[in-house]
Design a protein around this ligand. Sequence first.
Ligand SMILES: NC(=O)C1=CN([C@@H]2O[C@H](COP(=O)(O)OP(=O)(O)OC[C@H]3O[C@@H](n4cnc5c(N)ncnc54)[C@H](O)[C@@H]3O)[C@@H](O)[C@H]2O)C=CC1
Ligand SMILES: O=C(O)C(=O)COP(=O)(O)O
Length: 461
Amino acid sequence: MLATTLRRTTAAAARLNTTRCFASAPVDFDHFSSGWEKDSSEYQTEGKFHIETFNKISPLGLARFPSKNYEVKEDWENNNAHAILLRSHKLQESEVDVSVRAIARCGAGTNNVPVARMSELGIPVFNTPGANANAVKELVICGLFLGSRRLIAGINHMTQLGEQGLQKERVEKDKSMFGGREIAGKTLAIIGMGHIGAATAREASALGMKTVGYDPALSIESALKLPREISIADSISSAVAEADYISLNIPYIKGEGGTHGIIGKDVLSHMKNDAVVLNFARGELVDSDAMKEYLDAGDGRYISDFPDDLLWNHKNAILLPHLGASTEEAEETAAAMAADTIQAYLEHGTIQNSVNFPAAALPERKEGSIRVTVATQNVPGMLAYISDVFAKHGINILQQINTSRGDLAYNVIDVELGADTIDLKDLQKELTMHDGVLSSRILFGVAGAGYARNIEGSYFV
Ligand SMILES: NC(=O)C1=CN([C@@H]2O[C@H](COP(=O)(O)OP(=O)(O)OC[C@H]3O[C@@H](n4cnc5c(N)ncnc54)[C@H](O)[C@@H]3O)[C@@H](O)[C@H]2O)C=CC1
Ligand SMILES: O=C(O)C(=O)COP(=O)(O)O
């Protein structure tokens, strides 16, 4: 699908050379309703950004997109979405239309998005830090009780007795099978003290638990939220050594140096033999074979928000169907935050809450000026090249920002046009079709999008 669309749009783009911009003339053209629409059969709606959604996204959050400038749909049959909003859907590269400029995950974990590939294409991926943290924290606290009292087994027992009409006779006799322990005075180890971990630590402390945390990249924002009494460990193994409960609140990162199977034989061997592991982060963090061995050998428990082929029917495991963020409040907050982030990017080039792009925000664009955004590899000469292109065409830069993150650099540049007539499409082509440039956009007039470059070296509308 991707290849076909690319060929089509590349051909269409090659024909697009009519939009001209004159010095000091107001920049008022709308490339959806003028040349672009005529030249590309792909673009059939007028002057609106196309938002594609995967998963069920809160309608209250989506209502943040003004209908005047945005159209939100599950499927853009012409493959011409400009931005994607999703939750846990495992996004395939082939589902990213060539016209897509941004992807927002309504939630925290972006391991379901091909982020590295999007970086190569110059497409920012956003998430919504903290938007669903309270919902998850509440379920982690619930997990503490699921692990300390045999609630699920007790509930199942009551159902069975009820079916046999025996509840009243048997309850008091049978309840000794479901005895538990209390959480007050026990130790909770928190692995990852970000939005969820820090909030969980605070709550657990208020419930009378001792807390110990491990997070080698603890942010100041999170540190300020931690309970004063928390002790800080210098490794996962030392954090879990004295713990009765262990809560995992770290991202899942594949590959070397990542977090795949981080709770494996080694870490488990440092735990007490009756510890309760709460996994409301990602199933892949736990090595199922090692966890099974651990649960078989002692009286430990595993409470997880994720499916597990090996542990789903283990007597000491309780698995939930990924319910952590499934509250009305979290769904609405995350969707609203994602919608705002996407709008800020599409309309102003602003980057906030991105997991692959550097933060960037340029002050308001002056009336009549044009905003150009360029994502490049973070290598010498890129900024000079961009400035040269503008200078060559007699275009004055009014304000600009250049930021970088890892291998990627991002520029937002406001320009006023010089005395000569400029073909914006040619200009963008020149800016974009240069080694090291990943994508670019031109923002002017009403909602719209510019060229971007794909990995094969072609460009498209
Ligand atoms: N069950 C559910 O529905 C939900 C699950 N999650 C999962 O929880 C994770 C955490 O979410 P937030 O707290 O909102 O993210 P966050 O980004 O605020 O916090 C993550 C923390 O983990 C730390 N960290 C990263 N790698 C680590 C490691 N190897 N060892 C120790 N600390 C490490 C980071 O420094 C950061 O402070 C998400 O990545 C996601 O996978 C998030 C929301 C809902
Ligand atoms: O935010 C996250 O990382 C989550 O896991 C929440 O997933 P969901 O939006 O409920 O599919």
